[in-house]
Design a binder for this molecule. Structure first.
Ligand SMILES: [Zn+2]
Length: 308
């Protein structure tokens, strides 16, 4: 079965001002490289059909927060949410379709249309908490989708893998203590947002690593700390917060991963899903700001998802 590839034109309409690294060109770089590599021919490409519903968003976000965000949406120009995060008139809709795309991926995979999916969406999501937009994120796309899988498809156990170079503080805040969800991540520390190191909940497998950690060291840590926990949890669906800013060419952080490391990580995740989750893996774009490294890494990731 072909891997599902979901995006939406509105995801390129959200932008936060010239020179901002979380820019629409990220999605162009990805689609260009999927085309140039020929990989696109082996994927089932589609557009997100609908934004996430209020019901779906409210599984992980507070109603007050969602109301506040709507009220802040500007008619023109930019509305600053924090020092790095702002909204234009398309941002809220883009965020809705980004979360909607990941929900759609869950539904399609549960219906057996595909085993795996990659959502090329923005704004990203993993820094957004129940009640706060942060670090370029508004709705926590992967958390909304995981909560949807638990509530709408009656799954009992899911796993969330976050290999973005930044700690997924929002996803952790949403699921800490929820034993249905096992979250595994590594992240550079110290680095924004600085969380994830102080006594995380038992369902959080956090691996803070120092700057300049190599891909080889990451692989050893993943084998030692993630894989036994994932096998024991036996998730029925595996989610990936797929950030590619741990790449060695990335200026925003200082880890030393390359394309083959992202491919290896993805292969490990797919193997866990094949064993426990009928192969079901839902991946959604988070960070990755060096356009060339991002696009090459996504190709490596999607190729491994699709077993090509
Ligand atoms: Zn990141």
């Amino acid at each position: 079965m072909e891997t599902l590839y979901i995006t939406h034109p509105l995801c390129k309409m959200h932008e936060m001002g010239s020179g901002h690294p979380e820019c629409p060109e990220r999605l162009d770089a990805i689609s260009d490289q999927l085309l140039a590599s020929g990989l696109i021919n082996y994927l089932q490409s589609t557009q997100a059909q609908a934004p996430a519903t209020l019901q779906a968003l409210k599984r992980v976000h507070l109603g007050d927060y969602l109301d506040r965000l709507s009220a802040q949406s500007p008619i023109e120009g930019y509305r600053e949410i924090d020092a790095d995060t702002s909204m234009n008139r398309h941002s809220l809709q883009a965020a809705g379709f980004a979360a909607g795309a990941v929900i759609q991926a869950v539904d399609a995979v549960m219906a057996g249309h595909s085993q795996t999916a990659f959502c090329a969406v923005r704004p990203p999501g993993h820094h957004a908490t129940q009640s706060r937009a942060l670090g370029f994120c508004f709705y926590n796309n992967i958390a909304v989708a995981a909560a949807h899988a638990l509530a709408a498809h009656n799954l009992k156990r899911v796993a969330i893998i976050d290999f973005d170079v930044h700690h997924g503080n929002g996803t952790e805040a949403i699921f800490a203590g929820d034993e249905r969800v096992l979250m595994c991540s590594f992240f550079q520390h110290p680095l924004f947002p600085g969380s994830g190191v102080d006594d995380p909940a038992a369902n959080m497998v956090n691996i803070p690593v120092p700057a300049y950690t190599t891909g080889e060291a990451i692989r050893a840590l993943v084998r030692e700390k993630w894989l036994p926990r994932l096998q024991a949890h036996a998730p029925e669906m595996v989610f990936i917060s797929a950030g590619f800013d741990a790449h060695r060419e990335e200026d925003m952080a200082q880890l030393n991963l390359v394309e083959s490391d992202f491919a290896w990580l993805t292969e490990q995740i797919v193997a866990v899903a094949d064993r426990h989750a009928q192969g079901r893996v839902i991946s959604s774009l988070e960070g990755g700001y060096n356009l060339s490294a991002l696009a090459r890494s996504v190709v490596a990731h999607v190729r491994a998802l699709a077993k090509l």
